[in-house]
Design a protein around this ligand. Sequence first.
Ligand SMILES: Cc1cc2nc3c(=O)[nH]c(=O)nc-3n(C[C@H](O)[C@H](O)[C@H](O)COP(=O)(O)OP(=O)(O)OC[C@H]3O[C@@H](n4cnc5c(N)ncnc54)[C@H](O)[C@@H]3O)c2cc1C
Length: 570
Amino acid sequence: MRACVNSGSRVKMSTRMTHHDLLIVGAGLAGMRAAIAALTHQPQLDVALLSKVHPVRSHSVAAQGGINAALGENDSWEAHAFDTTKGGQYLGDQDAIEAMCREAPADILDLERMGVIFSRDERGRIAQRPFGGAGFPRTCYAADRTGHALLHAMYEQLLKRQIRVYEEWYVTSLIVDDGACRGVVAWDLLHGGLHAIGAKAVIVATGGSGRVFLTSTNAVINTGDGMALAYRAGAPLEDMEFVQFHPTTLKDTGILITEGARGEGGYLLNTLGERFMKNYAPEQMELATRSAVSLAIGQEIAEGRGVDGCVLLDLRHLKRQRILERLPQIRELAIEFAGVDPIESPIPVRPGAHYQMGGVQTNQWAETELPGLYAAGECACVSVHGANRLGGNSLLETIVFGRRAGVRAAESVRGAASRLPSGGTLELEQARIAMLMANKGSERPWQVRDELGKVLSLHLGIFRTQKSMTEAGDKVRELKARATRVVLQDRGNVFNTDLIQALELQALLDVAETIVAGALAREESRGAHYRSDFPRRDDANWLRHTLASRTPDGPSLRYQRVTVTRFPPK
Ligand SMILES: Cc1cc2nc3c(=O)[nH]c(=O)nc-3n(C[C@H](O)[C@H](O)[C@H](O)COP(=O)(O)OP(=O)(O)OC[C@H]3O[C@@H](n4cnc5c(N)ncnc54)[C@H](O)[C@@H]3O)c2cc1C
């Protein structure tokens, strides 16, 4: 990989190609789980991971509240599947939901064997807290730092198996040859330079795209790269219009205040000091589904019962000891970023962009429409979350479908001959980057990114209408053109974050155009997609998945039936 050449103004690129049996793009929970599963299944396999940040800096590390599994004596995987289906407003594919909920308990025990230290109940069993939309307390947790506990345990397993990781490498394109995915083109951040890495199969596990919105609970690296990579390579994106707004984020920063805070008994209050959820969901109150609570908060604020653009999350009655034991990180975040100590005062919160229910379309075994390409974790749409994800189901998805992706991809490459792709993609990517490096304009990548974030926050937030989304669509088209002309101040090779941001911006824009197109076309309200001009759910016409494929003129949409097994839509 050292044979990097720099010819005149051309971008450095390697002339030698490395090859692996299986290459996984993304080293969050889904990617690492896939690597471990592939090697457990086929110990001789040459598996490598590639990540734009060090694995333990992946966004999974930020997960707070927990991971779901029906472990309780009176709970059942069928009840978990029902809650998931209902919470997703019947848009999830029930065969995939059943697989996830049935396999969850064994996966949690596997995680524990791998070294995850879950919080315990008074009898010493894995403790479980109630979460929104769940009929039973089935969210396992490690205080309010569950993602941290999971990701570090998984990383230890990676080290134990000495799995090769390309740390701080950025994938710019998938290599598609003869109708199949045969590797990636990636930029080595530390040294600069483009490299082609061949593989018999590729799994994308690149996480979410929350950064299409201006404020979001997501890390700044969550730019939807994998969704854009697959979309450009010809694999459709599914149900992209369904973006979850988490009800409780801090006002200015968008930092998440976990649902676990309400699971532990926290209340939501309006400016009148009233627990307003009684007017929206009298039975579930604060633990209604996220889309229901976000809409309620949005309405309270819109009708003048908010507090400085927020409502209040009151934890004071939980008392000091419980807050310190169960929600220590939440307390720290509230003190640091909102200046309030929840032991003494309520926390001002408002809904914020949090999670992409859509993603690269896959079946239950993480296979996409493009042979050789698999997807798992938040970047994929299996689809288990339907129109609204239940808290605690996303970590579960990364584990169950990361494992399934690893197993299926390992099976598919067994005995397959290595085949070096015929090239071409590397040169195309070199030309794309050379063009960016040579741009002479004055607009910087962050300016376009900021504008995109504002437009989506304004027009594709919790309330949507045809008029405002049409405006957003026009703007996204304009920004796409501008994004190719942005000017880089850093034209060097070593740790060129300016270049990476320009590439991420192009991914964000591809993702944004599919969100807008899907949302404009879907003339109903369901889960996280609420249209003031079509306020009702319409099963007769819209109980179907949106599939967006890329064309030179923007996304082309088609629709696919939802799989219903045991729970008919109600
Ligand atoms: C603040 C917060 C709290 C959350 N809390 C919970 C919770 O309590 N329970 C729950 O179920 N869910 C929770 N979620 C959601 C859940 O954490 C995520 O959906 C899940 O962790 C995503 O995991 P992943 O493996 O798919 O992706 P990530 O963990 O995001 O990893 C993505 C990986 O892809 C790599 N990557 C991306 N693009 C490229 C590229 N172009 N080239 C190379 N590498 C690339 C990154 O470097 C990274 O390694 C939370 C999310 C947030 C933001």
